[in-house]
Design a protein around this ligand. Structure first.
Ligand code: PEP
Length: 253
C-alpha cells in the first residue's frame, strides 16, 4: 500500500495573517491525519516562515512551489533549495504547468531543479500533464512520457524512490473541469509503466503519483480510489480549511 499524499498548492494567495489564519483553521479541522495520509501545504515564499511556525507540532508538512536550480549567487528574485530547507520545507513542487507556461520552464530545467532538490534532501513533486489540444490530438501518453523521461533524466534508482510525480492535465487546472476517474487512472498507469521501463517494476510500484486538476471535496473520493492514484495536488480547494480537510478525509482508510 502506497501512502496517499494530499498537497495544497496555494499559488500566489495568502499574506502572512491569512496564512496563520488558514493553518489555524486547518489544524482545528484535522487534528490528526489518517495513518495512510501525508499532507503538505505549499504557501508562497513569503509565508513559509509563518507557516512553519503555525504548523509546528502538527503532522502537516511544509513545501514550496518552486526553487532555483542554483545553490546561490547573483540570481535576483530567486530562492535556493538550501533556503527552503532552512525555513522548514521538506517538499518542493517543480515544473507546475503555470511555471512551464508563464516562466518558460522546460523538462531540462525541471530536471536540474529536481536533482538539486534531491541533493539537498528535499522531496521534489514533479508535475507533468498534457494540454487540451494535446489530449484532443490523441497524444496524451506521448506528451506525458516525454515529460517523465526528460524531468527524471540521470536520476538513479535510489534517488528515484524519493520523487513524487503529480499528473496534472493542464485543461483541468483551475477550470473546474476535472478528469474522470478513468481518464486519471489511464494516465497514471501509463506513467507507472514508464517508470517501470526506466527503472523496474518494484520501484514503479513504490512511486507516489498524485492527480491534480480541479480536485474538490465532491469528486475527491472517486479519483482517490483509482488503483494508480496515490493522492492529490490541490489548487483552489486548498485555500479554505473546510474544503482541503474534506479532501484529506475523502481518502479511504
Ligand atoms: C494546481 O494548481 O496544481 C491545481 C491542481 O489547481 P486546481 O485544483 O485549482 O485545479
Amino acid at each position: 500500500m502506497r501512502t496517499m499524499i494530499i498537497a495544497g498548492n496555494w499559488k500566489m494567495y495568502k499574506d502572512l495573517q491569512e496564512t496563520t489564519d488558514l493553518l489555524t483553521q486547518l489544524k482545528a479541522a484535522v487534528p490528526r491525519l489518517p495513518a495512510n495520509v501525508v499532507s503538505i501545504v505549499c504557501p508562497p515564499y513569503t509565508s513559509l516562515h509563518a507557516a512553519a511556525a503555525a504548523l509546528s507540532g502538527s503532522a502537516f508538512k511544509l513545501g514550496a512551489q518552486n526553487m532555483s536550480q542554483h545553490d546561490e549567487g547573483a540570481y535576483t528574485g530567486e530562492i535556493s533549495g538550501k533556503m527552503l530547507k532552512a525555513v522548514g520545507c521538506e517538499y518542493v513542487i517543480l515544473g507546475h504547468s503555470e511555471r512551464r507556461q508563464y516562466f518558460g520552464e522546460t523538462n531540462e530545467l525541471i530536471n536540474q531543479k529536481a536533482k538539486k532538490a534531491l541533493a539537498l534532501g528535499l522531496t521534489p513533486i514533479v508535475c507533468v500533464g498534457e494540454s487540451l489540444q494535446e489530449r484532443e490530438a490523441g497524444i496524451t501518453g506521448q506528451i506525458v512520457t516525454t515529460q517523465v523521461k526528460g524531468t527524471l533524466s540521470g536520476i538513479g534508482p535510489q534517488e528515484m524512490t524519493r520523487i513524487v510525480i503529480a499528473y496534472e492535465p493542464v485543461w483541468a487546472i483551475g477550470t473546474g473541469r476535472v478528469a474522470t476517474p478513468e481518464q486519471a487512472q489511464e494516465v497514471h498507469q501509463i506513467i507507472r509503466k514508464q517508470i517501470a521501463q526506466l527503472y523496474d517494476w518494484a520501484l514503479a510500484e513504490r512511486i507516489t503519483i498524485q492527480y491534480g486538476g480541479s480536485v474538490k471535496p465532491d469528486n475527491a473520493a472517486d479519483i482517490l480510489t483509482q488503483n494508480d492514484v496515490d493522492g492529490a495536488l490541490v489548487g483552489g480547494a486548498c485555500l479554505k480549511a473546510d474544503s482541503f480537510s474534506a479532501i484529506i478525509k475523502a481518502v479511504k482508510p
